[in-house]
Design a protein around this ligand. Structure first.
Ligand SMILES: C[S@@+](CC[C@H](N)C(=O)[O-])C[C@H]1O[C@@H](n2cnc3c(N)ncnc32)[C@H](O)[C@@H]1O
Length: 452
């Protein structure tokens, strides 16, 4: 199914096709991260807003037509689905990721089988098992400045986590040390008093009991064994071509000095217009793994995130569009007139969020256009949104803004016609239902090509 953005409407099941266009019939095609949970390497760290390796693979097969080694960019790399698949295709890869936890994961996964070797990791896991058998007393305390409403770990669990961190600090091989940190970050919420629902909240708040004790060492070692097993397969199959692999823990929007015109293909999924708060949801990993050391560092990540967050921009003067777009401007006016009595919690605050989202969309598309070689393509996976009851066809505006900054809009492919939404939708839509007579939530891939 290929339609122009202007003709885009609601998706029908029969219109869902794989990106490479070879799909037979109306097969369901799930671009969500769920598919990655069983895939080697991709399964290491779950990421709520990731997309599937299959989707990236299809995009690479459809659009990476070069015979020479090509360079693939993901400006919003998350836990590295694009970068890893591109590496497996023998491409050079560049990723940007503002969140230090996700950046650590992307970088470490990309090193699997190359700098991060199964034998080195296996030896460290064995010696970790010996270390915990000696029942060590932790030498460090919990991270200063990490505050939660209820204790994040029970005292017994906390002691084991702190001892594991002590052990990690003693590992000399930085790749092995980062693999340990990644493993702990991947499993730590499972033995904490918090839970992803999908936002991070306390277990009692989600009707679950507190966790008084857990076999932290067994859970952590099992995760590390999974890493070793996957790396070993990678080393055996020899699929470790010598590719360039760069991951910048930085905002793509600020990266005006990216080598211009050198990227052949970008495959990415920017944050959706659903205010999913990546920073708050990854606070445990950022603080416990020492990736932020104070509140100011955490705030900086929030403020430099694409689209900001409603919490960051809801107050203050009205935020206006920095580029001309009558339809988005109309949506902002409509929003500002809704639930005015609720102040920043009403339409006014949400209008500021929507305006920052599209202002940042304009910025990143400008940087992306400059990064691509003339004729290079960007495959951008986005979901539409419904803000305070007002439908926002993000994919349509994305294509139109793309055309303003020097892209031609080749196509918008439907990927998924039902999607469970985030916090700013009415509750029936949030549960996956379509609002009566209105638009539901769907996901699309917008394909833009840099004009020659
Ligand atoms: C939808 S997720 C991408 C997930 C990715 N496709 C995957 O499979 O892991 C969007 C990502 O963009 C990141 N992000 C937000 N603002 C950014 C910015 N200014 N520069 C770089 N990354 C940013 C978020 O931290 C988040 O990880």
């Amino acid at each position: 199914m290929v339609v122009t953005a202007r003709a885009w409407g609601d998706l029908k099941a029969s219109e869902i096709r794989p990106l490479n266009g070879n799909g037979r019939g109306p097969a369901a095609y799930d671009p969500a991260f769920t598919g990655n949970r069983t895939e080697p390497l991709h399964r290491w760290v779950p990421w709520i807003a990731g997309y599937s390796a299959k989707l990236v693979n299809d995009a690479l097969e459809a659009y990476n037509g070069r015979t020479t080694k090509s360079r693939v960019l993901d400006p919003f790399a998350g836990v590295g689905t694009t970068l890893l698949e591109a590496r497996f295709h023998g491409c050079d890869t560049i990723g940007f990721e503002i969140n230090p936890w996700a950046a650590l994961v992307s970088r470490t996964k990309l090193a699997a089988g190359i700098e991060l070797r199964a034998d080195d990791l296996g030896r460290a896991v064995d010696s970790y098992r010996t270390f915990v058998a000696s029942k060590p007393k932790p030498e460090r305390g919990p991270p200063d400045g990490f505050r939660t409403r209820i204790p994040f770990f029970s005292p017994r669990v906390e002691r084991k986590v702190l001892a594991a961190l002590d052990y990690m600090a003693s590992i000399d091989n930085v790749w092995v040390r980062d693999a340990f940190r990644m493993a702990l970050g991947s499993v730590m919420v499972s033995f904490s008093n918090y839970t992803y629902e999908p936002s991070l909240g306390s277990r009692p708040g989600a009707g679950k009991p507190l966790i008084d004790n857990a076999d932290v060492d067994a859970v952590l070692s099992a995760k590390l064994d999974q890493f070793s097993a996957d790396i070993r397969v990678l080393e055996k199959t020899g699929s470790t071509p010598d590719t360039e692999r760069k991951v910048y823990n930085a905002s793509f929007l600020d990266y005006a000095s990216l080598e211009h015109g050198k990227v052949d293909l970008a495959i990415t999924s920017p944050p959706y217009l659903n205010n999913y708060h990546y920073v708050r949801n990854t606070r445990p990993q950022m603080w416990w793994l020492g990736l932020v050391s104070d509140g100011a560092a955490q705030k900086d990540v929030e403020e430099r995130s694409m689209g900001k967050y409603w919490q960051t921009v809801r107050g203050g003067d009205p935020i206006h569009l920095t580029f001309p777009h009558e339809e988005i401007a109309h949506t902002l006016r409509r929003l500002r007139a809704i639930r005015t009595e609720h102040g920043v919690y009403g339409g006014k605050g949400w209008a500021n969020y929507v305006a920052s989202y599209f202002n940042d969309t304009y910025r990143y598309l400008t940087v992306l256009n400059a990064a691509l070689r003339p004729g290079g393509r960007a495959i951008i996976v986005v979901g539409n949104s419904i803000v305070q009851g007002v439908p926002v066809p993000v994919e349509k505006y994305l294509a139109e803004i793309g055309e303003m900054v020097g892209f031609s809009h080749e196509a918008t492919n439907g990927l998924r016609s039902t999607r469970v939404g985030g916090s700013i939708l009415n509750s029936s839509v949030r549960r996956g239902a379509k609002p009566s007579g209105g638009t539901g939530l769907y996901e699309t891939a917008v394909i833009l090509r840099r004009l020659v």
